[in-house]
Design a protein around this ligand. Structure first.
Ligand SMILES: [Zn+2]
Length: 142
């Protein structure tokens, strides 16, 4: 069971449809509190992040439709608890480049990966510039 963290447009047909199928299985486990695969690492990283899982599903469904595959299995946004709606998936079992390498080994990559290294990592050290005093109209000092 695996939910990829790379853009769906890079997945070949088998891997796109496979991930979509597994995402639905994972959704049932999490929403209906099923016991199967409950302790699988892939399951665990989505606990409390149903909103992010729903967004991943929308990405997969959009890519399926773009390719002309049928998609008739929408997920119910109403099943996502309000506290889980805005949370993003910030935990990966493999890095993005490891996922590309694994897919390439399996022959599941549609095209060469772009340079996505750690693009999804949160930006650190983002602080507001404390330049409030810059708004003083001191234009006349020359
Ligand atoms: Zn679906």
């Amino acid at each position: 069971m695996r939910i990829w963290d790379i853009p769906p447009e890079y997945l070949d047909r088998d891997h796109l449809l496979g991930e979509h199928r597994e995402l639905h299985a994972l959704w049932v486990i999490l929403v209906d509190k099923r016991t199967g695969y409950r302790h699988h690492p892939e399951t665990l990283r989505w606990v409390g992040k149903l909103g992010a899982l729903h967004r991943r599903h929308e990405m997969l469904a959009a890519e399926m439709q773009r390719r002309g595959y049928r998609h008739e299995s929408p997920l119910d946004w109403g099943a996502v608890p309000p506290g889980e709606r805005d949370l993003e998936q910030d935990e990966q079992l493999l890095t993005i480049s490891e996922q590309f390498a694994l897919l390439r080994r399996k022959g599941g990559l549609l095209s060469p990966p772009p340079d996505l290294h750690e693009r999804s990592a949160p930006l650190e050290g983002l602080s507001e510039t404390s330049g409030d005093s810059a708004s003083n109209d001191n234009v006349s000092d020359r």
